[in-house]
Design a protein around this ligand. Structure first.
Ligand code: CTP
Ligand SMILES: C[C@](O)(CO)[C@H](O)COP(=O)(O)O
Length: 256
């Protein structure tokens, strides 16, 4: 059985609304619910553990109690850092779970097929993360604000969640991180410290983490666009050709 821990106890400082962003509505549904409902549709997922702020435990418990279609869930108080919120969630993972996924509640655009593919890879390899190839050139800055290095883009991936692990691996990684006082910005970085290989599973660029106000616009647009990127592109290509009288170049094999 797969257990999923959702860190949802952040302060949303960068959203600048004075409210935990996971309760903000996107296309008519609170972000947190959207995320939980998508995971609930995955047959292997047997448990949802949601870490929220201390004063949010009661209202969230009451809210989830009114929602139909959720997998069995529990709400726990989060911590001052994402990693501590997850640690509190891990304490509630049930005996029957053999795999644990961690997913930011603030990534409401995750797709069911991406979750299913991640679970398949974790079953086979023990540890895997969802990521997409980096599109920009990334620079490493020196302390004085000049460029220290330009790592080759072909080896850079933007890491997302969910991230999934065999339960024993994730538990040990968290225990060791606590012992060493190590704080990571994702869960895989804790597992990497154990020397366990972590497989990268290619996901979707649309699985954004809603972090700043403009991310709300992007998320809302993606959710409200019932065409999807593939269909949108077809229409855009058709229009471009019409405007330019068929002069638009199509790469071999990519003709309409
Ligand atoms: N102490 C914390 C901090 C973050 N999170 C969760 O971790 C996810 C990713 O974090 P982030 O996008 O940074 O959210 P916030 O911490 O809320 O945002 P900010 O850093 O702008 O305050 C979010 O679902 C957030 O709720 C958490 O559970 N506990
Ligand atoms: C785990 C994560 O979503 C991967 O991109 C990200 O590192 C979380 O970072 P944040 O500092 O909590 O925004």
């Amino acid at each position: 059985m797969v257990s999923v821990v959702f860190p949802a106890a952040g302060q949303a400082h960068r959203m600048q609304v004075g409210l935990n962003k996971v309760f903000l509505t996107l296309a008519g549904k609170p972000m947190l619910l959207r995320t939980l409902l998508t995971f609930s549709k995955v047959p292997d997922v047997g448990e949802l553990i949601v870490a929220v702020g201390a004063d949010e435990v009661e209202p969230v418990t009451s809210l989830l109690g009114r929602v139909k279609g959720l997998a069995p869930w529990r709400v726990v108080e989060g911590g001052t850092e994402r990693q501590y919120s997850i640690r509190n969630g891990l304490a509630l993972v049930s005996e029957e779970a053999d795999i644990v996924l961690v997913h930011d509640a603030a990534r409401p655009l995750i797709r069911r097929d991406t979750i299913e593919e991640l679970i398949r890879v974790v079953r086979a390899e023990g540890a895997a993360i969802i990521a997409v190839p980096e599109k920009n050139t990334i620079k490493i800055a020196a302390e004085d604000g000049t460029v220290a290095a330009t790592p080759p883009r072909s080896s850079l991936w933007q890491v997302q969640t969910p991230q999934g692990f065999r339960k024993d691996i994730l538990m040990e990684a968290n225990r060791k991180a606590d012992e060493d006082g190590f704080l990571g910005t994702d869960d895989a970085s804790l597992v990497e410290r154990l020397g366990v290989p972590v497989r990268i599973v290619r996901g979707e660029y649309s699985n954004i983490k809603v972090t700043t106000p403009e991310d709300m616009v992007v998320a809302e647009a993606i959710l409200r666009n019932d065409m999807g990127a593939g269909e949108l592109m077809k229409t855009a290509v058709h229009e471009a050709k019409r405007l330019l009288g068929g002069v638009v170049r199509c790469r071999k094999g990519e003709e309409e």
